[in-house]
Design a protein around this ligand. Structure first.
Ligand code: NI
Length: 400
């Protein structure tokens, strides 16, 4: 990619800066929960059409796609993805663009992803005579809620007609200041499964434990023993986490209850190990319960798979980002045990998911995602939209 295109992209992005901020503010003030993004989808479609970009609506109900065709549009197709849903959180920070919907808030920056991708679309549309192939924009519902909008859009054919060879996605992060980005090659985010264990015993008077089968003691053994699955049965090179966040039982100081419910999450970055670990945990929990005279059910609610960034694509994207931003602004962050339904695209085609810094200490923008005071530094939106346009053009959609 040549420097002239780089400068043109930067100029277009800065000219569009206020438009993208206004789009983000509208979306932020009008958040919608997962799979309810009706108004958001309409707004995105209307905005893209106002730029003369073709839109296809109603994919997985509230998802949409748009195509920006360069020369020889059938030649190569690259997809760009943004998620559109908000979270059930009451926003507490006072801003002119504060959420107008009680109990619903863009607390994960998906408003910024959507606004940014609209900005990217505007840039690429202006440059459509300068590249070959097609850019497919994917505006996706329901990232925050299982089974994930990505999996539903894939089922409805979003990766066909035309079929992209690769996909890029970005996520804002409060761990990095505005102006910086990070790329992780290979294992990037974790799979996430919910675990529900119900331990059954036999309740009774706490003064006569010999007449009961104490599910509290059984559950305690299970909680401690299951940690061995992640510490003793797993290869040390595979990140793995088992955390229990909820223990419920209806006993009292003098009552041994009939049952105990334990709820947790199991996260890892290796699909065979994910399956194996779940089986081992189930056997261990049921074996302990049985050995102690009780019983237990072990249910796994499968969440998203782990996200594997394609090695070569991520390396190319990282190099392109360095050329666009300078080496000092493309930094390293440790892998995270967070989860993302972008992982479903990565199971189908070459994928790269990177992070965009949106922290600004001077402006007091430091809250982390999924909190009621979360916000982004809007100055990051120019980079958000321009970098993605640059990466898309760099990704084998060569100028002719
Ligand atoms: Ni998110």
């Amino acid at each position: 990619m040549n420097n002239a295109i780089k400068d043109t992209i930067k100029k277009l992005a800065s000219n569009n800066g206020q438009t993208v901020i206004n789009i983000r503010r509208y979306l932020h003030a009008h958040p919608e929960l997962s799979f309810q993004e009706l108004n958001t989808a309409k707004f995105v479609a209307k905005t893209l059409r106002s730029f003369n970009i073709d839109v296809q609506e109603g994919i997985a109900e509230t998802g949409l796609t748009a195509l920006i065709k360069g020369k020889n549009p059938e030649k190569k197709v690259v997809a760009l993805r943004a998620d559109m849903d908000a979270l059930p959180i009451q926003e507490t920070k006072e801003t002119p663009y504060k959420s107008k919907i009680a109990g619903v808030m863009h607390a994960c920056g998906h408003d910024a992803h959507t606004a940014s991708l609209i900005g990217t679309a505007k840039i690429l549309h202006a440059l459509k005579d300068q590249f070959e192939g097609t850019i497919k924009l994917i505006f996706q519902p329901g990232e925050e809620k299982s089974p994930g909008g990505a999996s539903l859009m894939i089922q409805e054919g979003v990766l066909e007609n035309p079929k992209p060879i690769s996909i890029l996605g970005q996520h804002v992060t409060s761990f990095l200041p505005t102006g910086k980005v990070t790329f992780v090659k290979g294992r990037c985010l974790a799979s996430s499964d919910e675990i529900y264990v119900t331990v059954k015993g036999k309740g009774g008077h706490a003064a006569s434990p010999h007449l009961t089968i104490d599910p509290i003691v059984i559950a305690s053994h299970i909680i401690v023993a299951l940690q061995q699955i992640t510490s003793r049965n797993r290869s040390p090179i595979i990140p793995s986490v088992l955390s229990f966040g909820k223990i419920i039982s209806q006993g009292a100081s003098n009552i041994i209850p009939d049952e105990v419910k334990i709820v947790g999450t199991f996260r890892t970055m290796d699909e065979p190990w994910r399956k194996e670990a779940q089986q081992k945990m189930k056997h261990m929990a049921q074996g302990i319960a049985k050995a102690m005279g009780g019983d237990c059910t072990f249910i796994v609610n499968k969440g998203y798979p782990h996200l594997e960034n394609h090695l070569a694509l991520t390396q190319r994207a990282k190099q392109a980002a360095i050329a666009f931003l300078g080496k000092e602004n493309v930094v390293e962050l440790p892998i995270s045990m967070g989860t993302e339904d972008f992982a479903y695209y990565a199971q189908k085609i070459e994928a790269c998911f990177y992070r965009l810094g949106t922290r600004n200490e001077a402006k007091g923008i430091t809250s982390y995602a999924h909190t009621s005071t979360f916000d982004i530094d809007e100055d990051a939106l120019v980079l958000g939209s321009s970098l993605m346009a640059w990466l898309a053009l760099n990704e084998r959609v060569t100028p002719s």
